[in-house]
Write a protein that binds this ligand. Structure first.
Ligand code: XIL
Length: 331
């Protein structure tokens, strides 16, 4: 086996291999990104608050740089994300006087944001996470309580997709969420997306964030989720994959490096997961890691403060880990 085997080459008959990047990793992981990945997602830089801090002002610098890097290197870009309850500027929900805006104003602002952003990157972004995490994690509750829902009502979701489709009719439009393999949440996501599709809303796929760990969700639950979503005959993108080395009940914060056992189990886990993805390659056309190498992950300090994590197939020096070899093996 050859460490030069490019991940995206290895999976080129199956799906794109993507990485989430930020301005720091785009520099520090440059060579690794160019070598192994053919799709990029902005970890934060295309979120509402990053692009549109005040009503009059757009800040496109970081996002533009990502797009140029992708273009120069023949990579695709997934857009993340247009409508979300987090990392969204408060001004959009407020009038000049500080009161809550009415539904018409909010929808007009949403439309204008979607049009401006998608028009700028038209032709350079093959898929957009139009709506992110709108489903509730609470039992018995379909939609997550949010300012969007409270002010505009549930059709802020279909409106977002409609505006997005007008702005860039060629971009694939996704609903994206986490805990996507949990049976109850899965059914809620299915219900929402099916109802959008049945109403003729322009939605083309479901994004499975896939923030997973060594033991959960089980491979069975992941398969069931993929099967269920695929039954809607839509594209599936794995949008934010990382495999935490900590099991659910492991709260240790003192590890300076991962144990050999962790690395072994992670490699097996990457292997079984990608084997599964390959089985569904008719549906799964893009698989993005929420990072690329262990020198940076949002899982450092989250959800447990002061704890490091090592969720990727490349180590902090960008050297292939066992997980990488297992991927090459599976491909
Ligand atoms: C995370 C980023 O990785 C962090 O840097 C940021 O502080 C919070 O957001 N679901 C999503 C992503 O859709 O946008 C989130 O990204 C991770 C969970």
């Amino acid at each position: 086996l050859n460490a030069n085997v490019k991940l995206y080459e290895a999976f080129k008959e199956d799906f794109f291999i993507g990485a989430a990047v930020n301005p720091i990793t785009l520099e520090g992981q440059r060579d690794l990104l160019k070598h192994h990945f053919n799709s990029l997602t902005a970890e934060n830089e295309m979120k509402f608050i990053s692009l549109h801090p005040t009503e009059e002002e757009y800040t496109f610098d970081h996002a533009d740089r990502l797009i140029s890097f992708a273009k120069e290197n023949g990579m695709g870009v997934r857009g993340h994300t247009l409508v979300w309850h987090n990392q969204t500027s408060e001004w959009i929900f407020e009038n000049q006087d500080g009161n809550t805006v009415d539904r018409e104003t909010l929808m007009a602002r949403m439309k204008s944001h979607i049009e401006t952003v998608m028009t700028r990157y038209k032709g350079n972004i093959y898929a957009w996470d139009v709506v992110n995490e709108a489903i509730s994690d609470k039992s018995g509750e379909l939609l997550r309580p949010s300012k969007w829902l409270e002010i505009a009502g549930e059709d802020f979701i279909s409106k977002a997709f409609e505006y997005a489709h007008v702005a860039d009719p060629n971009a694939l439009l996704f609903y994206n969420d986490y805990n996507e393999s949990d049976p109850e949440k899965r059914e809620k996501i299915f219900t929402l997306v099916k109802s959008l599709k049945d109403k003729g809303v322009p939605i083309h796929g479901i994004g499975l964030q896939a923030h997973w760990n060594l033991e959960s969700p089980s491979l069975d639950l992941i398969r069931q989720a993929i099967e269920r979503y695929a039954s809607l005959d839509m594209k599936l993108h794995i949008t934010e994959l990382d495999i935490s080395v900590f099991k659910h009940d492991d709260q240790r914060t003192d590890l300076k490096e991962p144990t050999a056992e962790m690395m072994e189990s992670q490699a097996e886990r990457y292997g079984e997961i990608f084997r599964l993805f390959k089985e569904y390659r008719e549906y799964i056309t893009s698989v993005t890691l929420w990072g690329a190498a262990d020198d940076y992950t949002w899982l450092n300090n989250f959800p447990v403060r002061g704890r490091k994590n090592w969720p990727f197939p490349f180590d902090a020096e960008h050297k292939p880990k066992q997980s990488y070899w297992e991927l090459v093996n599976v491909a």
